[in-house]
Write a protein that binds this ligand. Structure first.
Ligand SMILES: NC(=O)c1ccc[n+]([C@@H]2O[C@H](COP(=O)([O-])OP(=O)(O)OC[C@H]3O[C@@H](n4cnc5c(N)ncnc54)[C@H](O)[C@@H]3O)[C@@H](O)[C@H]2O)c1
Length: 302
């Protein structure tokens, strides 16, 4: 073989090896069997977080259930253990950077972490003109800084450890569209989508994937505990009822989240039938998407 041919062959082989390494780095974890894996779920005491904890434990993971409401986290741990799973509760407010750092120290002292769900969040509805600065700060502190604190405390050690790991940040359908009536909430969630997509590209070659989970209308406690301003305040009971009766089960969100992690999807719309069509409309035509988002907001607040 002449030297030009052997150089070409060497380049082709190097390219194939690099492509294989890229495929290995971007392929997701097998989430159907999580035996021996460790997961951390913030906001694990209720709703989507609780469903994630139960499913992760059922598939064999040891789960750290993190919530600012310790009694709720402990209730989920009792449920998991009764079903033969393994879980432990932690009282942590994700808006407290030092507390999240201490959580990471405790968890990593036991060994590696395979899955981190930065899921804790709070709700808010109301026009911007009716929203107080304290409302804005509370939302940013929990929904955005809570995710940032999770990344800051866990990511360097996820990158440094061997093997694959996944971080799933709970954003929202409201982070994918303009959402009148939900502006402060959707601001935090759009930020979570953007940071997840960008951080994913930063750490993918280190074997860590970062995902943005974007649920639609899910039947959880979130509306009951949301802050509602202006005319929305009078509709809290109606919206709560609508979420309870027409919302999707958080168990569906948990299943679709683990499936999407296994497939290596960065943005995870869920339930797909609810979130994907309007998301596609917005991507195809931002003005049509904005009109649709306005119509959807009117339906929710009727
Ligand atoms: N329910 C929906 O329709 C919906 C839709 C899109 C996105 N989300 C997002 O899903 C996530 C979970 O919400 P959910 O619907 O399951 O609500 P939920 O109220 O049922 O559960 C949220 C849990 O997070 C905990 N929590 C709140 N603030 C916390 C903090 N500062 N530190 C630690 N724990 C805290 C609460 O105690 C609660 O146990 C949130 O980020 C929310 O914004 C929900």
């Amino acid at each position: 073989m002449n030297s030009r041919r052997s150089r070409l062959l060497a380049v082709a082989l190097a390219g194939a090896a690099a492509a294989a390494a890229r495929r290995r780095a971007t392929a997701g974890l097998d989430t159907s069997d999580l035996t021996g894996r460790t997961a951390v779920v913030t906001g694990g005491g209720s709703g989507i977080g609780r469903s994630l904890v139960v499913l992760l434990a059922r598939r064999g993971a040891h789960v750290h259930v993190v919530d600012r409401d310790l009694a709720r986290a402990q209730g989920v741990v009792v449920e998991v253990r009764a079903a033969g799973g393994s879980a432990v509760a932690h009282a942590v407010d994700v808006s407290d950077a030092a507390a999240v750092g201490a959580l990471a120290d405790t968890v990593f002292a036991e060994g590696r972490v395979d899955l981190l769900f930065n899921n804790a969040g709070i709700g808010h509805a109301g026009a911007v003109v009716d929203t107080t600065l304290a409302d804005w700060k509370a939302l940013v502190d929990v929904n955005l800084m809570g995710v940032v604190h999770g990344l800051h405390a866990f990511l360097p050690r996820l990158v440094a450890q061997d093997g694959q790991a996944h971080v799933v940040n709970t954003a929202s359908m409201a982070g994918l569209f303009p959402s009148p009536g939900l502006v402060p909430y959707s601001t935090t969630k759009a930020a979570v989508v953007g940071l997840s997509e960008a951080v994913d590209r930063e750490v993918v070659r280190d074997g860590v994937r970062v995902h943005a989970l974007c649920p639609g209308i899910i039947a959880t406690d979130i509306i009951r505990t949301s802050t509602m301003r202006g005319p929305w305040a009078d509709k809290q009971a109606v919206v709560e009822q609508m979420y309870a009766t027409r919302g999707t089960s958080p168990d569906v969100v948990a299943r679709q989240a683990l499936d999407a992690v296994a497939r290596g999807r960065t943005v995870i719309p869920t339930p797909r039938h609810q979130v994907v069509p309007p998301w596609l409309v917005k991507r195809a035509s931002p003005s049509a998407g904005a009109a649709l988002a306005g119509a959807m907001a009117r339906v929710v607040s009727r």
